[in-house]
Design a protein around this ligand. Structure first.
Ligand SMILES: NC(=O)c1ccc[n+]([C@@H]2O[C@H](COP(=O)([O-])OP(=O)(O)OC[C@H]3O[C@@H](n4cnc5c(N)ncnc54)[C@H](OP(=O)(O)O)[C@@H]3O)[C@@H](O)[C@H]2O)c1
Length: 342
C-alpha cells in the first residue's frame, strides 16, 4: 500500500479535534444556509438598525371589516397600500384621504375583465419595485351574497326553461344557484384570478428585494375540518377551494422567495358576521358569551396576524401553512353550531 494512501481498516492516528471557526458553515451554531435577505433582518446589536424598507402592499376588499383593518395597520406602519372596494366607495375615499400613501380602486373579482384592468392599475402603481405583499381578503358570506346577487341580476334569467313544469325543489335550487355561483366566483375563483394577474409584479418584488408574500384570508368554515351546517354550503365549499389553492400555489413556489400562507379566521366582528349570524340570533350577548374565549375576534387582531406573517415572521418558515385563527372554534365548532342562544 502506498505510504500516502489511507486504509479504511487501519486504526486512526490520534488527531486533534477540528473546531471550525465561528464563521465557518460547519460551526454548530451556524446554519448551513442563511438567505442573505434574512441576514439583513438581524443587524449586529451595536450597529444602527437599517431603516425598514417601504413595502408595496395590495389588499383586496379593504373598504370594511378585516380588510379595512389590514389597510390601516400597513398604512400606519408607513407602507404604501393599494386596496380595493366594490360598493363602499365612501368608506374607501375616507380611508384614502386619511393616508397620503394609500390608494383605493374598484374591483369586482368575480369578473375576469375587472381583474384584468385591476392588474394594469396595480402594475402602474407598483412600478419596477413590484408588489411585496398581496392579501387576498375580499369575499362574500352566506348573507352578504344576497345583496351582491340582487345588485348584479335584478331578476334571475333561466332562459327557455319552463320553470312552472319543474318540481318546486328544482325551482328553489335555481334561485339558490345564483348565490352559489356568486360565492364560488368571488371567494374561490376571484383570488385565483387576482393572484394570477398580479404574478409578474409579485415575482418582480421577490427578485428585487428578496422577499414577497401572498396571504389568503380563508375561514374556519371550509378551511378546517369543522363543519358549520347553519351556513350556505357553497360559502364553505368556496373557502375549502381557496385553502386548497393556497397550498397548490405554495407547492409551486417551494424553491423561490415568494411565501404563500392562509389564515383562517373564526367568528370575527364585521358586517359579514353580523348579517350571517348575529342578525339571526335573539340573544346576542348570551351567544357571544358561550363562544370560544367568550368573545368575538376583532378585525385588528386578524390584521396583526397578517402583518406579522408577511413582515415580521422568519422568511420561508410559514410557507405553505394554513393557520387556524378561530380562538378554538375549529376544535369546538359545537360552541357555535349547537349554541342554545341561537
Ligand atoms: N367575519 C367573519 O366572521 C369571518 C370568518 C371567517 C372568515 N372571514 C373572511 O375574512 C375576510 C373578510 O371578511 P369580513 O368579515 O371583513 O367581510 P366584509 O366586512 O363583508 O368585507 C368584505 C370585503 O370584500 C369586498 N367584496 C365583496 N364582494 C367583492 C367582489 N365581488 N369583488 C371584490 N371585492 C368584494 C367588500 O367590498 P365593499 O364593501 O366595498 O362592497 C368588502 O371590502 C373574507 O375573506 C371572509 O371570508 C370572515
Amino acid at each position: 500500500m502506498p505510504s500516502n494512501a489511507r486504509s479504511l481498516c487501519a486504526s486512526p492516528e490520534p488527531t486533534k479535534p477540528v473546531t471550525p471557526p465561528p464563521s465557518s458553515p460547519m460551526h454548530p451554531s451556524t446554519p448551513l444556509y442563511i438567505p442573505t435577505s434574512s441576514l439583513s433582518l438581524h443587524p449586529h446589536p451595536r450597529e444602527t438598525p437599517p431603516r425598514r424598507p417601504v413595502l408595496s402592499v395590495v389588499v383586496t376588499g379593504g373598504s370594511t371589516g378585516i380588510g379595512e383593518a389590514i389597510v390601516t395597520l400597513f398604512a400606519e406602519a408607513g407602507h404604501r397600500v393599494l386596496f380595493t372596494y366594490l360598493t363602499r366607495r365612501g368608506n374607501a375615499e375616507r380611508l384614502q384621504s386619511r393616508y397620503p400613501h394609500v390608494t383605493a380602486t374598484q374591483l369586482d373579482q368575480a369578473q375576469v375583465s375587472s381583474v384584468a384592468s385591476f392588474s394594469r392599475t396595480v402594475d402602474d402603481w407598483a412600478g419596477a419595485a413590484g408588489v411585496h405583499i398581496l392579501v387576498n381578503n375580499a369575499a362574500l358570506g352566506s348573507a352578504t351574497v344576497r345583496q351582491y346577487v340582487h345588485q348584479k341580476c335584478q331578476s334571475p334569467n333561466f332562459g327557455k326553461l319552463a320553470t312552472e313544469q319543474l318540481p318546486s325543489s328544482a325551482v328553489d335550487m335555481l334561485m339558490r344557484a345564483q348565490n352559489d355561483l356568486a360565492l364560488m366566483r368571488v371567494n374561490a375563483l376571484g383570488p385565483l384570478w387576482v393572484t394570477d394577474a398580479l404574478s409578474d409584479s409579485i415575482r418582480r418584488a421577490a427578485d428585487v428585494s428578496g422577499r414577497a408574500t401572498i396571504v389568503f384570508i380563508g375561514s374556519v368554515g371550509g378551511g378546517s375540518a369543522a363543519v358549520f351546517p347553519e351556513y350556505c354550503a357553497a360559502d364553505l365549499m368556496s373557502k375549502a377551494a381557496l385553502t386548497y389553492f393556497s397550498k397548490h400555489l405554495a407547492a409551486q413556489h417551494v424553491r423561490d422567495n415568494i411565501d404563500v400562507m392562509c389564515i383562517s379566521p373564526g367568528a370575527t366582528e364585521t358586517e359579514m358576521f353580523r348579517q350571517s349570524t348575529l342578525a339571526t340570533i335573539p340573544d346576542v350577548p348570551a351567544f357571544v358569551d358561550s363562544m370560544p374565549k367568550r368573545r368575538l375576534i376583532q378585525p385588528h387582531e386578524i390584521a396583526k396576524s397578517v402583518f406579522w406573517l408577511s413582515v415580521e415572521s422568519p422568511q420561508g418558515v410559514f410557507h405553505g401553512s394554513v393557520l387556524d385563527a378561530s380562538m378554538g372554534l375549529a376544535v369546538r365548532p359545537g360552541l357555535q353550531t349547537e349554541n342554545d342562544a341561537r
